[in-house]
Design a protein around this ligand. Structure first.
Ligand SMILES: O=C(O)/C=C/C(=O)/C=C/C=C(\O)C(=O)O
Length: 286
């Protein structure tokens, strides 16, 4: 039976204290089940849990998982923040407050890009709270062996934060996915509206970069500490976080495997949603 889930019906807010600062965070809470999968979105302007993962929720809910989509501090309907240190670790501390407040002893984490970096940061600090990890297009910062950094997509992303126009959004999204055929005017407008609703988020991301250009630290030396079963998924044509980062992750994380989608950019969970969902379900269930 397919469960029809809407953003509005699953929308919740939670008050936490992060580094001594009160913050109201937004999250979507979908389905019920004895196991919870937390999905963490990427760092693009206008990104949100729902925008990143709306193609991935129902299969997991229909399989009996509770799915929580957290909007990280500084995105979507969550409160603003300026990050002058590691954004990966800041998001991890916020996630810890949320899972404690919701009484979740153990979670699986599925992280996209910045969400992957944050999932690794959370796991390194709270290993006893993590079941399995799925990392897509992210998991650690650090330089690519083959691609000049910052990657072209990251330059477009940062440019879009500084000049949030539909033209710059289209430039970024055209590099974002392999097949731009699915990128409709409606999707662009919805994303732009989301961005412009929260200019404070745009301004604070720029302030954060000025304070600390290395928002996502390189966790490579600590990856062997991660004992969780980990599925790493990448797009071969990822022009935001180069695919060799995925190789670095499986070289470091002992119990890990890597799947590379061909003809796929930075959004494997969206570009190849059906196969991605089957792969994630199989990984979680076996
Ligand atoms: O710079 C990095 O390592 C991480 C980049 C991102 O997190 C980019 C992700 C962008 C999205 O997911 C988006 O929806 O715009």
């Amino acid at each position: 039976m397919s469960i029809n889930i809407t953003e509005a019906d699953s929308s919740h807010f939670i008050d936490i204290t992060l580094d001594g600062q009160p913050l109201k965070l937004h999250y979507n809470d979908c389905g019920e089940g004895s196991e919870t999968v937390v999905m963490l979105h990427g760092s693009g302007p206008g990104a949100s849990g729902w925008a990143n993962f709306n193609r991935n929720i129902e299969p997991l809910v229909n399989a009996g998982y509770r799915v929580i989509l957290l909007d990280c501090p500084g995105w979507s309907k969550s409160d603003s923040i300026v990050c002058t240190s590691s954004r990966s670790d800041l998001n991890a501390r916020a996630l810890k407050e949320v899972v404690d407040a919701l009484g979740l002893d153990k979670i699986h984490i599925l992280g996209n890009s910045m969400g992957g970096h944050s999932a690794v940061a959370f796991t390194l600090e709270n290993p006893e709270r993590v079941g399995k990890l799925v990392l897509m297009g992210g998991g650690t910062g650090g330089a690519s062996l083959f691609t000049p950094m910052p990657a072209e997509g990251i330059k477009l992303l940062q440019g879009l934060y500084r000049a949030p126009t539909i033209e710059n959004l289209k430039k970024m999204m055209s590099v974002f996915v392999f097949d731009t055929g699915d990128l409709t005017e409606e999707l662009f407008q919805a994303r732009l509206d989301n961005m412009l609703k929260r200019r404070d988020h745009l301004e604070n991301f720029v302030k954060s970069l000025e304070a600390n250009p290395k928002q996502f630290p390189d966790f490579s030396p600590r990856l062997p500490e991660i004992k969780q079963q980990t599925l790493v998924i990448w797009g071969r044509n990822d022009r935001f976080v180069p695919m060799d980062t995925g190789l670095r992750l499986i070289a470091g994380i002992p119990n890990s495997e890597l799947h590379i989608f061909n003809q796929c950019g930075h959004w494997a969970q969206w570009e190849h949603a059906d196969k991605f969902n089957r792969m994630v379900l199989d990984f979680l269930q076996h």
